[in-house]
Design a protein around this ligand. Structure first.
Ligand SMILES: [Zn+2]
Length: 436
């Protein structure tokens, strides 16, 4: 139905002008000039709907201008901020606008209907389409059903119209048509939750009794758009502090593949629960521990084979080049995940789970990498890196290590490597694209 309206619209707009007649007085996208008719039958329009359409159009124009100017405050002024996770998601979106403005953006809504705002405050929903391009990049287009709500006389963007599935401790919100996947997601979350929490030693923390919100996206384009306009890398999942976990799901997603994705993403949630500065620790640590969380909860690749091969080929990356999410070149992103995963596994084997979590917590509380490494492991990070590299195969053509070097000190009774003591289960299909 909505598609039919979309296709009809250009034909109407191009009619009179094509025959040399004056252009229509009221362009469809201009607010406040709605016709008084509701549809093809010529019935009187619902005044509330006419007002809603005008208000929503104003909101969309304001959002366009805010995006073009990279104006965070102006963008957030267009957003309904009563849902704290959606507000955090939109704040991330708006922060990105301040760094990366689109060159052009058009927002449109079709098929707006009243009564979808919920919470007894009125509202409307319709199909919103984002069309934009970043400087020098191709045009991108994403459409989805979205809500708008009226608040203090102004219409605000309230995000996607989600189908809600609830179970104990978890809410799954999904694109329409993904309801069966929501059930699988609930099962997957129940399978991995306690294992991830145990790996971070957070089983007794508030995290363990929280209701976790998970959003399922039916297309990668939609998931990317929900993050920010500039994001175009491939991904299967996403999480930032105080946001919902976001997953890409399709009909072929099984409980097993969803468990692996969730163990990674919930690993991020657990990391963020360790302290207010968790998102400032080097990116390779965030992804490394999330991959270790995935390995601990569902098994699968432990990164050894790949990292040992890289070591033999002399291709290991410098940690400083893997630290900054915003400035990490695409060719190094696999190293963020795989090399980071290997280092987190090495740390777990050398010092044990508790020391590893202490190290993470120190950084999450604001310590630098070197400070946390000295406090938790009794050596600076440069020394730890040296020991890690020496534990790996030597690169071909590289001289052997000097023999007088003493072995690296170990703490007594190191714990086994995994985050949790489950036997490994192979999980295929996680190599690419990388989850955030
Ligand atoms: Zn991740």
């Amino acid at each position: 139905m909505i598609a039919a309206i979309l296709w009809l619209q250009p034909a109407i707009e191009s009619g009179p002008a094509a025959f040399g007649q004056p252009a229509p007085e009221a362009p469809v996208r201009e607010p406040g000039k709605e016709t008084a008719k509701d549809g093809a039958k010529g019935e009187p329009a619902d005044p509330a709907l006419v007002a809603a359409k005008a208000g929503v159009e104003l909101c969309l124009r304001d959002m366009e201008q805010a995006a073009l100017k990279g104006d965070k405050a102006a963008w957030l002024a267009c957003v309904d901020q009563r849902d704290s996770e959606f507000t955090h998601e939109q704040t991330y979106f708006a922060n990105d606008l301040t760094k990366k403005k689109p060159e052009a953006i058009t927002l449109s809504v079709e098929g707006l209907e009243l009564g979808a705002g919920g919470e007894g405050r009125g509202g409307a929903q319709g199909k919103v389409t984002f069309v934009w391009n970043m400087p020098g990049k191709r045009e991108r287009r994403v459409g989805f059903d979205a809500r708008f709500v009226e608040h203090d006389g102004r219409w605000l963007y309230a995000g996607e119209v989600w189908q809600m599935h609830e179970a104990a401790g978890v809410q799954v919100l999904c694109d329409p048509g993904l309801e069966e996947l929501a059930d699988r997601t609930v099962k997957a979350f129940e399978r991995v939750r306690k294992k991830v929490e145990a790996g971070f030693e957070l089983s007794e923390s508030p995290l363990a009794t929280r209701t976790q919100k998970i959003k399922l996206y039916g297309s990668m384009r939609h998931l990317q758009q929900s993050i920010c306009l500039s994001y175009s890398d491939g991904l299967e999942g996403w999480n930032e502090p105080n946001e919902s976990v976001k997953l890409l799901a399709n009909k072929s997603s099984t409980v097993e593949t969803l468990s692996a994705l969730l163990a990674h993403e919930y690993g991020h949630v657990a990391t963020f629960a360790m302290g207010p500065h968790a998102n400032e620790m080097p990116w390779w640590i965030e992804e490394g521990v999330a991959e270790l969380s995935r390995e601990g909860a569902v098994g699968g690749d432990d990164a050894s084979e790949t990292v040992e091969t890289w070591a033999q080929q002399g291709r290991l990356a410098e940690w400083k080049d893997l630290a900054d999410f915003d400035n990490c070149p695409p060719r190094l992103q696999p190293f963020v995940y795989v090399q980071g995963h290997h280092m987190l596994g090495y740390i777990s084997e050398q010092f044990g789970r508790h020391k590893r979590n202490q190290w993470l917590t120190l950084m999450a509380q604001g310590k630098t990498l070197d400070e946390a490494t000295r406090e938790a492991f009794g050596r600076g990070f440069e020394q730890l890196d040296k020991e890690w590299r020496e534990s790996l195969p030597r690169a071909v053509g590289q001289p052997p290590l000097p023999e007088e070097k003493p072995p690296a000190p170990k703490l007594p009774q190191p714990e086994p490597r995994p985050m949790t003591p489950e036997p490994p289960v192979a999980v295929p299909g996680l190599d690419h694209p990388m989850p955030k």
